[in-house]
Design a protein around this ligand. Structure first.
Ligand code: FCB
Length: 465
């Protein structure tokens, strides 16, 4: 158990809550999450190849402040100390990702043995510390060579992903029993290929639609391939689900919210869990149809073992015929995180209820949920992030309500374990429970880390009673 600095103890006593103690079943898992590009650094070490995020980050003007993931949290060199700190905090569940560009620098062929050794050591290191890994196979770092061949809009990328998935299962499934195939198909396709806000920075909605379908296909192909070589593993895919509400009761705004929902949530929930794209989805992305080949949807709607949900905010949609899309969207209030994202725990409850009512009764893991704030080290050397404690308390309560209402929720991974490289926002956004001073690579558990540590300890006590 970690020693909490004296001044924080009083704060924690003031923050005391018994949410977890009383409401979550003993087997419910609380954990934290990261992704390779955001924490590893060492982008040119160990035979790692270039990924689309390296290329994007090194293109002037695309990432806030000119930041890159070249060093990030230097987790590649510091992972043992990082895992020690997580173990001290009592963290028992950890979601992290493998870098495709590290494992298959040229996007094909045998896995890079240095990278295999690195991730096997990490997996063993987690198990040795009593931390159960949930491994994400793809959290956005496509090998650049595959982007040069067309990237996700090229159907062949899905088949190359299938090969990567099979090799990864062969290499790691003895140590890793639970896997997320792909993180947030919406960000990969729409932000990456449509809006250009993420790597590879393309601005073409037709390409984005093609990418969306091929990412779905890649998931289905990967599940089949991984099950073949490692029948014991549990698999799922993670989608980011936004709580979309209309700006008013005006039928035009309600229809606009429907279109926004189709363009983001239904675009993936429909094919993964119903085996068909809804007409409303096809109306928003007419180009989709030309990429669907016979049999694709059966592959995509394959059996999985759990549903991964990332959730961050509520968006409000209004009808706007003057806009090329026909609607406009804005962040709901109160938008008090440093990202301008809403803090509305009821949104989490709403989307969990919706997924389990409309799509699936499979176990659900919240694979990411968290908030960025303007955290800083105070003169006493501490990071007192009371906002994040309040945020987590509210969102854990919402998860408890969802559970009580019958949602098959089985776990909650807080984003993120550490402050890290927040994609196009660089180091400006801090989501961690653990503060990272990037100049010295010092780690400082924030108040929220100590709070979380107490909560999970109390929760763990439940199972021993
Ligand atoms: C999600 C990403 C994750 C992190 C959070 C804030 O969309 O999956 O890597 O950047 O947003």
């Amino acid at each position: 158990m970690i020693d909490t600095p004296e001044p924080l103890v009083d704060r924690l006593d003031a923050e005391a809550s018994c949410t977890l103690l009383s409401t979550f079943p003993p087997e419910f898992r609380f954990g934290t999450a990261t992704a390779a590009y955001q924490i590893e650094g060492a982008v040119k070490e160990g035979g790692r190849g270039e990924s689309i995020w390296d290329r994007y980050a090194h293109t002037p003007g695309l990432i806030f402040h000119g930041d890159t993931g070249d060093i990030a949290c230097d987790h590649y060199h510091r992972w043992e100390a990082d895992f020690d700190l997580m173990a001290e905090l009592g963290i028992k569940h950890y979601r992290f990702s493998l870098s495709w560009a590290r494992l298959q620098p040229s996007g094909r062929g045998p896995l890079n043995p240095v990278a295999v050794e690195f991730y096997r050591a990490q997996l063993q290191g987690l198990l040795d510390r009593g931390i159960a890994p949930l491994v994400t196979l793809y959290h956005w770092d496509l090998p650049q060579v595959l982007e040069d061949e067309g990237g996700w809009p090229n159907r062949n990328t899905a088949y190359l992903f299938e090969q990567y998935a099979r090799l990864a299962a062969e290499a790691f499934a003895d140590l890793a029993h639970e896997w997320v195939t792909i993180n947030e198909p919406w960000c990969i396709s729409i932000l990456g290929y449509g809006k250009g806000e993420h790597a590879p920075g393309r601005h073409c909605m037709a390409d984005a639609a093609a990418a969306a379908h091929h990412v779905c296909l890649a998931h289905g192909l990967a599940v089949a391939a991984m099950r073949q070589v490692a029948p014991h593993i549990r698999l799922g895919v993670t989608n980011v689900i936004t709580d979309v509400v209309p700006a008013s009761n005006d039928p035009a705004d309600i229809a606009a919210a429907g279109r926004l929902d189709a363009s983001s949530n239904k675009l993936f929930l429909d094919p993964f869990y119903t085996g068909a794209y809804g007409d409303d989805v096809l109306a928003v992305y007419p180009e989709l149809s030309q990429h669907i080949q016979p049999g694709d949807l059966d592959i995509i709607a394959c059996d999985t073992d759990f549903v991964g949900i990332n959730h961050y905010h509520r968006m409000i949609a209004s009808n706007d015929p003057s806009n090329p899309k026909g609607w406009i969207e804005r962040h709901a209030e109160p938008a008090t995180t440093s990202f301008g994202w809403s803090v509305l725990p009821e949104s989490l409850e709403a989307i969990l209820g919706r997924v389990s009512r409309e799509y699936t009764t499979l176990p659900i893991f919240i694979t990411e949920s968290g908030a960025s704030y303007h955290d800083y080290v105070d003169p006493d050397g501490m990071v007192v992030d009371t906002e994040r404690v309040a945020y987590l308390r509210g969102y854990f309560d919402a998860a408890a309500r969802a559970l009580a209402s019958g949602v098959n929720l089985q776990g909650y991974y807080v984003w993120s374990t550490f402050d890290n490289e927040e994609w196009a926002m660089g180091y400006e956004k801090r989501f961690g429970l653990i503060y990272v001073d990037y100049r010295t690579q010092t780690r400082i558990p924030k108040l929220s880390a100590h709070w979380f540590s107490r909560e999970i300890a109390a929760h763990a006590d439940l199972s021993t009673k």
